[in-house]
Design a protein around this ligand. Structure first.
Ligand code: CTP
Length: 452
């Protein structure tokens, strides 16, 4: 039985008034068509969790339309979205025919800020085979909630009358919110959708919840069944699942809690969903720690994609032959795939690195590689090489010779391919402190390259 309680006043208090007004408009439009409208998923979870009396910022809202006495027509969600678009012409409307859902988007709107509202018709999803994309059919709100991932995400608040404000909690979500549990609704959940393992971990770490014991068993069963490997190897059903898996990985690896999330994934042996050999060894954990420290200092504005580099370090721990397979499977950007592909060769080349080399030799060796490659190599290197790479990036690679090509011209040298050689030798001599100032540099050039 649904737990009856009128939540509307407390929701209204916690929402920004413009957003609240939008929900009222949506409810009225649904009601006029003889439908019910529900606020579902993460928004309900977060509203119930929020203890603060301040308004909470919701940027992502899920609404579900359902019929009054029978299921709504499959197109109801899309029709409602179209109507709301008339009321809010500044919103962008996008429709996903396949799933019969529509989304209204506001980008930095003066009143609503950046907001994404998904509107779907209550639906049942059939998974024609494990991890497939669901096939969709109109259904009642209960069925719609039953297809969801965790009890805490399977709550709905009715926005239409009668009994507006009623909280629908068919699966014990409120109890699990109170007892801080992540719990699936049925034993097949992870087989149907492997990305839910990553979601379970994400919610557990983010909210400070525990994965309920039975749910953990289901995760372990799903992982040990080898289903993910078979999916990967046959590359079936491919794109959509991979995209969702990558999105979840990004979410986890970009979050401030990424370290605890990886540790929990490893504890659940769920890194094996990516590759059966992937385990978080102490060594790998150290590499990730170095990566974070380096990125914090070398790339504070996050010009590089830190989450992706974390993923690359994880993948780099696999055998060279497996790295590119996984990178391709996850459809990583070309740069990442190239880096992982070249890693073995680069690491062999870097073996020449030693503290006995002159600074100039280090620079000539390392300047061939781009910053992300150097950072990843450094994290995987032994301390001596790591120190050399650090010095190269932070100091030596920025060194300039006291004179440049213009000075060479003034000295009477004619621009030619030899210029580069001269400038390189000057740079090396500067790095190795054989020359310190302009006079010494000019002297150096004249003695090594006399003008005929
Ligand atoms: N959902 C699901 N299975 C998935 C992804 C999503 O059942 N693999 C359902 C959940 O009910 C979830 C809702 O779809 O609450 C919306 O998904 P999403 O926006 O990804 O998650 P939120 O719960 O809103 O989480 P967040 O606050 O992190 O965005």
């Amino acid at each position: 039985n649904p737990l009856l309680s009128c939540l509307l006043p407390s929701i209204q208090d916690k929402l920004d008034s413009t957003l609240w007004h939008f929900l009222e408009q949506a409810a009225t439009a649904a009601q006029e068509r003889g439908w019910h409208l529900y606020l579902v998923g993460g928004a309900v979870r977060d509203l119930l969790l929020s203890r603060s009396t301040n308004t909470i910022l919701l940027q992502d809202i899920d609404l579900v339309v359902d019929g009054f006495h029978q299921s709504a027509d499959v197109g109801a969600g899309v029709e409602l979205a179209n109507r709301l678009r008339e009321i809010y012409p500044q919103a962008k409307l996008s429709i996903h025919g396949e799933f019969q859902t529509a989304a209204l988007l506001w980008h930095k709107d003066p009143n609503l800020g950046s907001l994404w509202v998904d509107i779907a018709t209550a639906r049942t999803e059939f998974y024609p085979y494990p991890a497939a994309n669901p096939e969709v059919e109109a259904s009642s709100i209960r069925q719609d909630l039953y297809r969801r991932d965790f009890t805490i995400n399977a709550l709905a608040v009715r926005l239409t009358s009668p009994s507006e404000g009623e909280l629908l909690d068919y699966f014990g979500g409120v109890l699990d919110l109170r007892s801080h549990q992540i719990k699936v609704l049925h034993s097949n959940s992870f087989i149907e959708d492997p990305t839910r393992i990553y979601r379970a971990v994400r919610f557990a770490v983010r909210l400070g919840f525990k994965i309920e014991a039975r749910t953990e068993e289901y995760i372990r069963f799903a992982v040990s069944s080898g289903i993910y490997e078979r999916l990967r190897e046959t590359n079936h059903p491919a794109p959509a699942l991979t995209t969702r898996l990558k999105a979840e990985l990004k979410y986890i690896l970009a979050a401030p809690y990424w370290k605890s999330a990886i540790q929990l994934l490893d504890h659940l042996e769920a890194l094996k969903c990516l590759h059966s050999d992937l385990v978080l060894t102490d060594q790998l954990e150290w590499q990730l720690r170095y990566l974070s420290r380096w990125l914090k200092i070398l790339d504070p504005t996050e010009y590089l994609e830190h989450w992706l580099m974390r993923l690359e370090v994880l993948i780099a721990s696999l055998k060279p032959t497996e790295r590119v397979k996984i990178a391709n499977y996850l459809q990583l950007p070309k740069d990442s795939i190239d880096r992982l592909q070249q890693l073995e060769t680069v690491e062999q080349e870097i073996q020449q690195l030693s503290i006995n080399l002159k600074k100039s030799e280090v620079v000539l060796l390392l300047r061939r590689y781009k910053l992300p490659t150097l950072i990843i190599i450094a994290c995987r290197s032994h301390p001596e090489n790591r120190r050399l790479i650090w010095s190269h990036i932070t100091k030596w690679s920025k060194t300039q010779a006291p004179i440049d090509g213009n000075v060479l011209k003034k000295m009477g040298y004619k621009p030619s391919p030899q210029f580069k050689e001269i400038l390189d030798r000057l740079l090396c001599a500067t790095l190795d402190e054989e020359i310190k100032d302009r006079m010494a540099a000019e002297e150096f050039v004249r003695s090594h390259y006399p003008i005929k």
